[in-house]
Design a protein around this ligand. Structure first.
Ligand SMILES: Cc1cc2nc3c(=O)[nH]c(=O)nc-3n(C[C@H](O)[C@H](O)[C@H](O)COP(=O)(O)OP(=O)(O)OC[C@H]3O[C@@H](n4cnc5c(N)ncnc54)[C@H](O)[C@@H]3O)c2cc1C
Length: 540
């Protein structure tokens, strides 16, 4: 059943479609009759939903009040250090991306008669004061699922109550005499709504395919909310605050500027930039690529910051299929978004075990914490061009392909034997698209401590090189010193490159059958065998 829900004047077929919507278990169709009925002031606390277009939090705040105060808190905890290994929690590239999201959001809000109040500090300290000052009846925000974020929600809620108790004449006189200001959290980060799942999160299937088949057959994706064109008036605010330069957050501006590279993808933060990609047609064919802007959608940084919503992508995919064609690629985008949903819902089931060394299955492993090896990995100096090129791309752009992520994760964990949490925390620092659920979920899978015990995730470097970069184009793009070498030598350059820091575990490597390979992959196989023998002798 295909559902559409229109807001705004005209609202074609609304009655008919609403009738379909209200039959769905658990789904409350949003109501909008063109008039705003709410009273007083409400606050929108923007978190990872930095967009306007289909922002349900913003819509609810608007509908429930006469004036909306949009707020973003630059929480110092986001610029502190990671939990176990003390890396910067937000690297310069992601900080710059978020700053751009905020600039775009502020501009768009102003176009709709509002503005964005920027505050430096912890939400649990800022929001209660704002609620009191402006007499807000409700603070609206998007619900998060991991402990750090959920803890902030708890503190905000607690302090909103506390400030009311301390000054009963404050907020209560103005708009909400009985309860003070409440925090209302709205689910909004996934494609499938949590209330529409055919199971509770605590009994989520342990195998992705079971989850996918179940939601595809039993759940329906809700249509997007349409936020009205005019959202004003804004409450009168003396100082809306400034969006800072990242240098004032203790981060290096020069680093952030380096991310614009010709063959990598130039990521600009914000909803406006997010809405300009159309890659559905060839997606499935190209998704496993590693070089250039178009081999996959590159939606992830915008999805992680909430500049783009998965439900919006879903509607666009369906629109594209209706207007042009439906093919494997269009389905595959949705298939990947279901992975994203899966990791989001798993984070609820797995709670903090997601971040523990043993992972959700509590697997006991003697991980190494060798700093020298780890530094070689993170700086792209392992001696394996495929690993090094991917890690250099991450350092330069804040992005790495899915294939690259799997390869470097497997190398760190299986070939180097290093604690997977070091890798995950380094990704947390560097990735533009960092999201705790997808990042730690994928790392636990890669490290073999995730929920699916059937997964064996050893990625053999020679095999991956053969299959995904047979002519060494990717490695020589990021490691220019390899360009002078013949194509077949670029993955196994021998003495003309850095000495490998560890031997590979060759267990899973079978040179590809020559009848099924291209000449490029055959060349890599031969070169790899030569290199293997040579390296084997050298390392004994
Ligand atoms: C070790 C490791 C760490 C990762 N960390 C993150 C992370 O912090 N944030 C993040 O968004 N993705 C993460 N991923 C998943 C995946 O690599 C990226 O989402 C993807 O490469 C982003 O590129 P894209 O937008 O072009 O993806 P596409 O291939 O075009 O896919 C479309 C969208 O589907 C979602 N998606 C695709 N694959 C996955 C996946 N395996 N898990 C979850 N969602 C997926 C993403 O939102 C992506 O934007 C990680 C993967 C690995 C192996």
């Amino acid at each position: 059943m295909w559902r559409t829900f229109y807001f705004g004047p005209g609202r074609p077929k609304e009655k008919h479609i609403t009738a379909l919507l209200i039959n769905l278990p658990g789904y409350q169709a949003p109501t909008f009759d063109g008039q705003r009925k709410g009273k007083g002031v409400s606050i929108v606390w923007f978190r990872n939903d930095l967009r306007i277009l289909d922002n349900e939090v913003l819509f609810k705040a608007w509908a429930s009040s006469e004036a909306v105060l949009p707020v973003y808190c630059l929480d110092p905890r986001l610029f502190a250090t990671t939990h176990y290994f003390g890396f910067p929690k937000t690297g310069a590239l992601r900080a710059q991306f978020v700053v751009e999201c905020l600039i775009d959001l502020k501009r768009s809000l102003m176009k709709r008669g509002l503005n964005l109040l920027i505050q430096q500090g912890k939400p649990e300290q800022i929001l209660p004061i704002l609620a009191k000052t402006y007499g807000a009846h409700t603070v609206y925000a998007q619900k998060e699922t991991c402990s750090e974020e959920v803890n902030v929600e708890r503190l905000v809620s607690k302090n909103l109550k506390k400030i009311m108790e301390q000054s009963p004449e404050g907020i209560s006189n103005k708009c909400n005499p009985t309860n003070g200001t409440k925090l209302e959290l709205t689910w909004g980060c996934s494609m499938y709504h949590i209330d529409d799942l055919p199971f509770s999160c605590t009994s989520l299937p342990d195998v992705y395919t079971q989850f996918r088949k179940s939601v595809e057959s039993k759940s329906v994706i809700r249509s997007c909310i349409k936020v009205p064109a005019s959202l004003g008036p804004a409450p009168s605010v003396e100082d809306w605050g400034c969006i800072p330069e990242i240098s004032s957050l203790g981060l290096q501006m020069e680093k952030a500027r380096c991310r614009f590279v010709s063959k990598g993808m130039a990521f600009a933060g914000g909803e406006s930039a997010a809405l300009s990609r159309d890659l559905l047609r060839t997606y499935k064919v190209t998704r496993n690529g590693m070089l250039g802007p178009d081999y996959s959608t590159k939606f992830s940084p915008w999805l992680a910051s909430g500049s783009l919503s998965p439900r919006f992508i879903y509607e666009e995919v369906k629109r594209y299929e209706k207007q042009r064609e439906s093919n494997d690629s269009t389905y595959w985008v949705l298939f990947e978004l279901i992975w994203r949903d899966y990791f989001r819902f798993l984070s609820i089931k797995q709670e903090n075990s997601l971040f523990h060394a043993g992972g959700p299955r509590n697997v006991q492993t003697n991980w190494s914490l060798d700093q020298g090896l780890f530094d070689a990995w993170r700086n792209g100096r392992t001696g394996y061009p495929l690993v090094d090129a991917n890690m250099r791309e991450l350092l330069t752009t804040g992005f790495m392909s899915n294939r690259g992520r799997q390869i470097v994760c497997s190398f760190l964990v299986r070939d180097m034997g290093i604690d997977w949490r070091m890798g995950a925390e380094w990704f947390e620092t560097c990735l533009l698209d960092y999201d705790p659920c997808s990042n730690y979920g994928n790392w636990t899978y890669g490290a073999g401590v995730g929920n699916d015990p059937r997964e064996d995730r050893y990625f053999s470097i020679p095999k991956q090189a053969q299959n995904y970069d047979p002519d060494g184009e990717f490695v020589s793009y990021w490691l220019p010193q390899l360009r002078a070498l013949p194509k077949e030598k670029r993955h196994f350059p021998g003495m003309s490159y850095i000495k490998p820091v560890v031997p590979l575990k060759f267990g899973n490597t079978k040179p590809t059958n020559s009848r099924t390979t291209t000449s490029g992959t055959r060349r890599v196989a031969i070169e790899e065998n030569k290199w293997r023998n040579h390296k084997g002798n050298r390392m004994q």
